[in-house]
Design a protein around this ligand. Structure first.
Ligand code: AMP
Length: 281
């Protein structure tokens, strides 16, 4: 695997491969790679000739009071893991390479960015859409792999690619979990032991909501209350939101059905964790 630090170098390498007729897969991440990230690398490597993994802790998507400086990093470990999973290039730009001057241009995907994570983190998705647009322009036509773990982000990126005619096929990959249901996340590192034991309650609450809808519960308020109650019963959890949404528009539903998506966020100590799942098994 080749380590690349500059946009020009990455562009040159990828353009050469494309000219030689090779397909390109792109896996954007913020690093501190775990099995969830690596499942995206494996998916890309199995469907494309060349896989580019990117690691960039994007300052634009962190609010001033968030964990930009504390965000866990392990570039050497990441390089080993990405190579073993089948990545051909690891793009590790410095912030000054990505933002040589203040970016006056931002990409905003309206409506989809407004609720839930967008409400709790008002500047977050503009930061995400903007850096992903830059990566799409740097890498060029490709398949890009994103986790369903960040479901709202996946919907936003997919819509951005469509709205702005990027020659990028956005592919969603299933969430990798620990044995007790906790979704893998770099932020799980912030959990102290008792919080780690408490954290799967978010997944269990979503499961209970899905089970209720599959059993015929059609009232979203009832499903929401059921899920919220479960999270609130865990003393180490502080609920942010849980809801039943349309799986494409992310609007809250008036009547539940099996096509819906359940989403939630909660704090466990200083870790803010998110999760989601389809109602239909
Ligand atoms: P991040 O480094 O958190 O920005 O994540 C980079 C990519 O990995 C995003 O597309 C995430 O949705 C995806 N990802 C993160 N955690 C998981 C997981 N547990 N399972 C599958 N994909 C994940």
């Amino acid at each position: 695997m080749e380590l690349v630090k500059t946009i020009a170098e990455l562009r040159g390498a990828v353009d050469d491969h494309r000219r030689a007729g090779r397909s390109i897969g792109l896996v954007p991440t913020m690093g501190f790679l775990h099995r969830g990230h690596l499942s995206l690398v494996v998916a890309s490597a199995s469907a494309n000739d060349i896989t580019v993994t990117t690691i960039f802790v994007n300052p634009l998507q962190f609010a001033p009071d968030e964990d930009l400086d504390a965000y866990p990093r392990d570039p050497e470990g990441d390089a080993e893991k990405a190579a073993a999973a089948g990545s051909d290039y690891l793009f590790l730009p410095e912030p000054a390479e990505m933002y040589p001057e203040e970016s006056l241009t931002t990409v905003t995907v309206a409506a989809l960015s407004a609720g839930y994570e967008g409400e709790s983190r008002p500047t977050h998705f503009a930061g995400v859409s903007t850096v992903v647009a830059k990566l799409f322009n740097i890498v060029g036509p490709c398949r890009a792999y994103f986790g369903e773990k960040d479901y709202q982000q996946l919907m936003i990126v997919r819509r951005m690619a469509r709205d702005l005619d990027f020659r990028v096929e956005v592919i969603g990959c299933p969430t990798c979990r620990e044995a007790d249901g906790l979704a893998l996340s770099s932020r799980n590192k912030y959990l102290r032991d008792p919080e780690r034991s408490a954290a799967p309650v978010l997944h269990r609450a979503l499961e209970a909501g899905a089970h209720a809808i599959r059993g015929g519960e059609a009232d979203p308020a009832k499903v929401r209350n059921l899920m919220a109650q479960m999270v609130r019963e865990e003393p180490l959890a502080r609920l942010d939101y849980v809801d039943v949404v349309d799986s494409r528009t992310l609007e809250p539903v008036a009547v539940c059905d099996e096509s819906n998506r359940l989403i939630g966020a909660a704090y466990f100590g200083r870790a803010r964790l998110i999760d989601n799942m389809a109602v239909r098994r």
